[in-house]
Write a protein that binds this ligand. Structure first.
Ligand SMILES: Cc1cc2nc3c(=O)[nH]c(=O)nc-3n(C[C@H](O)[C@H](O)[C@H](O)COP(=O)(O)OP(=O)(O)OC[C@H]3O[C@@H](n4cnc5c(N)ncnc54)[C@H](O)[C@@H]3O)c2cc1C
Length: 418
């Protein structure tokens, strides 16, 4: 039987779109290449699924540095409060944590997936395990989808195939290829919320070291602070990773034309005066030790040789003979430990893909293509991406919902009246 609506991709956006379209009475077929839907959802929020952010729709737009304005209408129609209500109604109790991040009370992403699956079943959405390869378009209108199992005819198709990050989850960029083949422009995908690379040998030297409660400033070539935060980071063989670094990466969008340097404040709770007093105390207590052996109370062990090297103080210098100027050099390293960045890790390792279907070719009120009638886009396949905190899933839910409702209502008098 010919469905009213086909959705390609059973991720967050596709499942939400399917439920929305089916709730309007449309018969819906969902095509998912994996044996199970929602594979990426399983790994979100470290398996806990940070399902949205408990904030206003305006705040979501502000947390969306890339094409936030495009989401104005969709976020107004399905803001975080509606998303929370939606999941609570499906029986998933939610809780709000630091930074307004929303999680299931159970801390299990599977609860979100199970609730969506149950609702898909209830709404009689037909799920087919197959990979879509092409969109069928004639005379500026879509009329079906080519899959590995053959063609399915349908005049309403929603592409919700995700980006190219974490491709093992099934998001390998098929949506870009299908859209490009019928005339859409695709903004080159790049990683966002992604580890950062550096040539500085200190990174492999301190590989595996995780710093908590560390101050971070990232300055550009002109010395302007482009990102500032306090939290956790990790040294790796290629550079830097960890929560604070992933968040920072969303703000570093000009590696081609600009240069960025990280400055770490290893003692953010102490201003320079207080830190100097602390150094003096520490030096008094260890006055007969070699400089390199006197820093255990001040720095993590793996950092000591690197910091000592950077101060220029010979490691065997007796602490009582360290000069004020040398102590100043140590203080400077502890307050402004610099690492020059070279770029980001590949998009495949990114939490989200920045880039995708050009937003100017999509109607923001309906998510319908401006080039092909009956074709809609939802989720990460679109050129929008946000910071961490549940905002990216919020984008998937909102655009999925709008695309699903719009597709179901297409051609009806009350189109757009949801
Ligand atoms: C490790 C990790 C943790 C994350 N944690 C969070 C978090 O806690 N909170 C948050 O807000 N965001 C988080 N994100 C980002 C968030 O998961 C994504 O932004 C979101 O899943 C995008 O949803 P989507 O439906 O657009 O795409 P996806 O979830 O990628 O789904 C796309 C689906 O389409 C299917 N598909 C692709 N091509 C085809 C094809 N040709 N035919 C059929 N099916 C196809 C794929 O198999 C996949 O199931 C995280 C991402 C990662 C990688």
């Amino acid at each position: 039987m010919k469905p009213d609506c086909i959705i390609i991709g059973g991720g967050a956006a596709g499942m939400m779109a399917a439920i929305a379209a089916a709730s309007c009475g449309a018969s819906v077929t969902l095509l998912e290449r994996n044996p199970k839907v929602g594979r990426k959802l399983y790994i979100t929020g470290k398996g806990r699924c940070n399902v949205t952010n408990c904030c206003s729709s305006e705040e979501v737009l502000r947390a969306t540095p890339c094409n936030g304005k495009f989401l104005y209408s969709a976020m107004g129609k399905f803001p975080p409060s509606f998303v929370m209500e939606f999941f609570e109604e499906l029986g998933v109790s939610l809780k709000v944590e630091r930074g307004n991040r929303v999680f299931p009370v159970s801390d299990k992403a599977t609860d979100i997936i199970d609730a969506l699956l149950k609702e898909l079943k209830k709404r009689k959405v037909r799920i087919i395990e197959t990979r879509a390869t092409d969109l069928l378009v004639n005379d500026g209108a879509v009329y079906g989808v080519v899959t590995e199992q053959g063609e399915i005819l349908c005049d309403r198709v929603i592409v919700a195939t995700g980006g190219v990050s974490y491709p093992l989850t099934g998001s390998t960029g098929d949506g870009y290829d299908m859209a490009r083949a019928i005339g859409h422009s695709v903004v080159t995908p790049k990683g966002s919320l992604v580890p950062l690379t550096s040539d500085d040998p200190c990174c492999p030297e301190m590989q595996g070291l995780s710093l908590k409660n560390t101050g971070l400033k990232i300055k550009n070539m002109k010395g302007k602070v482009v990102y500032q935060d306090q939290g956790e980071l990790l040294f790796t063989h290629f550079g830097l990773s960890g929560p604070m670094i992933l968040s920072a990466s969303a703000h570093l969008r000009k590696f081609e034309t600009d240069e960025y340097t990280v400055f770490l404040d290893l003692k953010p709770a102490l201003d320079e005066e207080k830190l100097d007093a602390r150094l003096l105390r520490e030096f008094e207590e260890n006055s007969n030790k070699d400089f390199i052996n006197a820093l255990d109370g001040l720095l993590p062990r793996a950092m000591i040789p690197v910091v000592v090297d950077r101060t220029g103080i010979p490691p065997g210098t007796k602490v009582h003979s360290v000069t004020r100027q040398q102590r100043r050099a140590l203080l400077e390293q502890m307050k402004n430990f610099s690492i020059k960045l070279t770029g980001t890790r590949p998009v495949e390792e990114a939490i989200v893909t920045s880039g995708g279907i050009k937003v100017s070719e999509i109607d923001p009120k309906t998510m319908q293509s401006k080039l092909v009638q009956g074709l809609f886009f939802a989720g990460e396949v679109i050129d929008v991406d946000a910071y961490t905190g549940g905002f990216n899933l919020q984008i998937a839910w909102a655009t999925g919902r709008v695309a699903g409702l719009s597709a179901a209502m297409m051609g009806k008098d009350d189109e757009n009246e949801f």
